[in-house]
Design a binder for this molecule. Structure first.
Ligand code: PAF
Length: 256
């Protein structure tokens, strides 16, 4: 299965293709989950394009769309939630969205219980989310294999996101600088010390017109402190205009 919040783009379609490579049938859930949005976030204006989504999924050979109503997911008296430590408190998205991962983990646990898939595919674009879900599945012995799907990008490098529709024309023109800055950092990590590379990267992102929330290098599995000998991930979150973008890339230096 591929859990989504709708407003589907080519990145979501790639999740369904990967799901189909692992399983004979594919369910896509569409549910804009209120519990993962803080009160000051974009829940009410989050793009909702249900008819177009269903058409795209039919075209992609998806077998079933599961689109529960909010009251079905959170009936009167609902009072259980999943909270994690480890990757959920790594000091990345959680610093800016402290209640987010509990909302994500809770709804994903419910969706997996409801759909009972052998495999569930999540995009690497939300890298901390993927780490949190992998950890939850392991810790709670969930019988679903969690698979990460590579980020799909525009030709100029901007990672596809349902939130890209919020970008003004000038912000959209500046947005690829985020990916370019990460690539430049990743290329220097093998030969320079991590802190100086990150400092340069932070300056480049600010110079491109972003207000930076973070640019961090982390262990790709635990999201803890980086070690040259282990798989590494470079993660960024930055605001341009009224839009907050997140992205990440593989930044391993000592391993393939
Ligand atoms: O990545 C998303 O779209 C959402 O966070 C998810 C995993 C569907 C949970 O609501």
């Amino acid at each position: 299965m591929a859990p989504t919040m709708g407003a589907l783009h080519a990145g979501h379609v790639s999740l369904t293709q990967l799901a189909r490579a692992h399983a004979a049938r594919c369910v896509v859930s569409i549910f804009v989950n209120p519990t993962q949005f803080a009160p000051n976030e974009d829940f009410s204006k989050y793009p909702r394009t249900f008819e177009a989504d269903v058409e795209k999924l039919a075209g992609a050979g998806v077998d079933l769309v599961f689109a529960p109503a909010p009251a079905e997911m959170y009936p009167q008296g609902f009072c259980t939630s999943v909270t994690l430590e480890g990757p959920a408190v790594a000091g990345l998205e959680d610093r800016f969205r402290p209640t987010h991962f509990s909302g994500v983990a809770t709804v994903v646990a419910k969706l997996l219980a409801q759909c009972g898939p052998d495999v569930a595919v999540f995009g690497e674009k939300d890298f901390q989310q993927l780490a949190v879900i992998r950890r939850m599945a392991r810790d709670l012995d969930l019988p679903t294999r969690i698979v990460g799907a590579p980020t799909v990008r525009e030709a100029d490098g901007l990672a596809l996101s349902s939130r890209n529709v919020y970008l003004s024309a000038s912000d959209r023109a500046a947005a690829p600088a985020l990916y370019a800055a990460m690539r430049a950092c990743a290329a220097r990590l093998a030969t320079h010390d991590f802190d100086s590379v990150l400092d340069e990267g932070r300056k480049a992102i600010a110079a491109a017109g972003f207000a930076l929330d973070y640019l961090e290098l982390r262990d790709a599995d635990t999201l803890g402190a980086p070690d040259r000998a282990r798989p590494l991930r470079l993660l960024v979150a930055a605001r341009i205009g009224a839009t907050r973008l997140i992205d990440n890339i593989d930044a391993s230096v000592g391993v393939n």
